[in-house]
Design a protein around this ligand. Structure first.
Ligand SMILES: [Zn+2]
Length: 136
């Protein structure tokens, strides 16, 4: 894995702008959904099999995070909590480089992609095992 900074090339997709917009729009829509007291999403996997899927608790985790209750967020869904915190860090980074017109952080994952894929699958599996052991 190689980590480096460089300027955006002419015509290159601006990932920071795109994913910051997607993230902020999604968070805004989610907040509006909850503010309008619309029904919470239900889990079709849980309804079908009677056990939580590996994303169950993510909505409650997000709400706990927004309230600043990190422990409760972690309890609902550790992987969702870590993911949302990572998205928050990315958003801060993306906003900063956009405002400052700074070089962009780039990762060359070509040598580590299988290791990263394995880590993601292992994290999802561990998260699911946790949810199966703690929630009914
Ligand atoms: Zn679920």
């Amino acid at each position: 894995m190689r980590v480096y900074w460089r300027r955006l090339r002419p015509g290159e997709l601006d990932h920071e702008l795109l994913w910051l917009a997607v993230s902020v729009t999604s968070a805004g829509l989610g907040a509006a959904w909850l503010a309008m007291q619309l029904p919470w999403p239900s889990c079709n996997f849980r309804a079908l099999f009677g056990i939580p899927c590996f994303t169950c608790g993510a909505t409650r985790s997000a709400i706990a995070l927004l309230r600043g209750d990190l422990l409760q967020a972690w309890t609902w869904n550790p992987l969702a909590t870590v993911t949302m915190l990572g998205i928050g860090l990315f958003d801060v980074y993306a906003f900063a480089v956009l405002v400052l017109r700074a070089p962009r952080l780039r990762l060359d994952l070509s040598r580590a992609k299988w290791l990263l894929a394995g880590l993601v699958v292992a994290a999802a599996g561990l998260n699911w095992a946790y949810l199966l052991s703690t929630h009914e």
